[in-house]
Design a protein around this ligand. Structure first.
Ligand code: NAD
Length: 479
């Protein structure tokens, strides 16, 4: 009988029935069976996390450091196996899957170090003989809700700081990709986490996620996913007067100026628009190009897009894996049709690719003659689809880059220090890239956006402490 990967509630693995997790490179292949939690089980998980909080938040820093370090080591030692699991459930190529697993290990390693570095401030009070200490304490039970596109990195960059700073956790991964999160939870438990400190509830957003956001016992919610769900979480969190952090969509621009190095421009746009099948919140989907370089850039990028080998995520000849599932593929195809009906010109790809095995394969699509008011330039598609918009000069380009409701990542390709400097200062995005792809932020630096892309403190690096701790101000006078 196939093993059922169960939910973890209060230290016990629970669940007798599993739902199949399907490989998008081969829809006949079942990756594994994963339990689905009920709302009542979700409440049990929250109660367990609440009960475990007092002891864990006062636990010794060496214990927390050791568990996170051990987790980092095991993830790294198993990077090939976990990378393969990730690629089989999500569809990114094996190289990308292994890269993401490596990053998860680096994140746990970083936060193992942060456990030992948590410091406060000591200030003199305005009253003589009175001292003031400012310290950071754990928040409580953290509800973590994650999307499908980074099945191991995103859960890791939320779980690691939550545990490092002494919080307890209930995590709900996206129902399309429970396998990678299950693997990390299993590793953390075997690394020595006490029962109840980390609880895993897999299943539907409308059941498990909804139960989490409605619970008064969840002290903070860290969410990555779509704008629609993010807004629902914000409303429920305000109702419960709890902390929340949202990382949502993007419509990331990249500007290519006349003075750009052509091959740097083509590689950096191809990488961030099409790799990982374009299923990255930091993918560039609006390519804003000045007149002088426009035609030769478009020709070279279209050739690069046509040459990208689409196929099975695990094949070593594959550059671009499949789209994650049928519903995302339908959305991608709909937007390709919308782009054409709006008057943009499809110059490369956009067609389904047939392989030996049935999968959701799509050749990366490139539009030209797009305008910034078209739906394909304003709405997040979340697929391997980019549109080129022609502009006169840098001034028109930056105005257009900022003309969006989102503000996650933005890039420019130029050899001009003047324009690079101006762009870094005036871009309305949270992350700005000069001559590098808009996607691909290191594990130890802050990650997050502005405007409609994000809400709340940054994730990753030492900035994560802002969300996963609360500040206390304490006065002491000689008694
Ligand atoms: P989604 O919003 O559909 O789902 C995200 C998570 O929320 C899933 O676990 C889902 O089950 C859960 N959920 C759904 N309904 C819920 C409810 N009513 N209550 C509580 N939880 C609920 O998003 P998705 O399709 O999984 O992910 C794609 C989206 O994620 C894209 O918009 C993308 O831009 C975004 N994303 C953003 C970032 C970032 O850092 N800004 C990173 C990766 C992905």
């Amino acid at each position: 009988m196939t093993k059922i990967h169960q939910n973890l509630i209060d230290g016990a693995w629970i669940g007798t029935e599993g739902t199949e997790n399907i490989n998008p490179s081969n829809t006949a292949e079942v990756v594994g069976l994963y339990a689905r939690a009920t709302a009542a089980e979700t409440h049990d998980a929250i109660a367990a996390a609440k009960a475990a909080f007092s002891a864990w938040s006062r636990s010794g820093i060496l214990e927390r450091h050791a568990i996170l370090r051990k987790t980092a080591d095991e993830i790294l030692a198993r990077k090939l196996e976990l990378g393969e699991l990730l690629s089989r459930e999500e569809g990114k190529t094996l190289a990308e899957g292994i890269g993401e697993v490596t990053r998860a290990s680096q994140i746990f390693d970083f936060f193992a170090g942060e456990v030992l570095r948590l410091a406060g401030d000591v200030l003199p009070s305005v009253r003589p003989g009175v001292g003031v200490e400012i310290t950071r304490e754990a928040v409580g039970v953290i509800g973590i809700i994650t999307p499908w596109n980074f099945p191991i990195a995103i859960p890791s960059w939320k779980i690691a700081p939550a545990l490092a700073y002494g919080n307890t956790v209930v995590i709900k991964p996206a129902d399309l990709v429970p396998g990678s999160t299950w693997a990390i939870v299993d590793i953390l438990v075997r690394a020595g986490l006490p029962k109840g400190v980390l609880n895993l509830v897999m299943g539907k957003g409308s059941v498990v996620g909804q139960a989490m956001i409605e619970s008064r016992d969840v002290s903070a919610i860290s969410f990555t996913g779509s704008v629609v769900t993010g807004k629902r979480i914000a409303a429920a969190s305000i109702e419960h007067n709890r902390k929340f952090q949202l990382e949502m969509g993007g419509k990331n621009p990249v500007i290519v100026l006349d003075d750009a190095n052509l091959s740097v421009a083509v590689e950096s746009v191809a990488q961030s628009a099409f790799f990982s099948t374009g299923q990255r919140c930091t993918a560039s989907s609006r390519v804003i190009v000045t007149e002088g370089i426009h035609d030769k850039f478009v020709e070279a990028l279209a050739e690069r897009a046509r040459g990208l080998r689409v196929g099975d995520a695990l094949s070593k000849d594959t550059d671009i894996g499949p789209v994650v599932d049928q519903s995302q593929l339908t959305q991608d195809m709909d937007y390709i049709a919308i782009g054409q009906s709006e008057g943009a010109k499809l110059v490369a790809g956009g067609n389904r690719v047939q392989k030996d095995k049935d999968g959701f394969f799509l050749q990366p699509a490139l539009f030209t003659e797009a305008t910034n008011s078209m739906r394909i330039s304003r709405e997040e598609i979340f697929g391997p689809i980019a549109s080129v918009i022609r502009v006169k000069d840098y001034e028109e380009a930056i105005a257009m880059a900022n003309d969006t409701e989102f503000g996650l990542s933005a890039g420019i390709v130029t050899t001009s220090l003047k324009y690079a400097t101006h762009f870094k200062r005036n871009s309305e995005a949270g992350m700005v890239m000069v001559n590098v792809p808009t996607a691909g932020v290191d594990f130890h630096v802050p990650f997050g956006g502005r405007k409609g892309s994000s809400f709340g403190p940054r994730e990753q690096g030492k900035y994560a402490a802002e969300f996963f701790t609360v500040v206390k101000t304490a006065y002491t006078a000689a008694g």
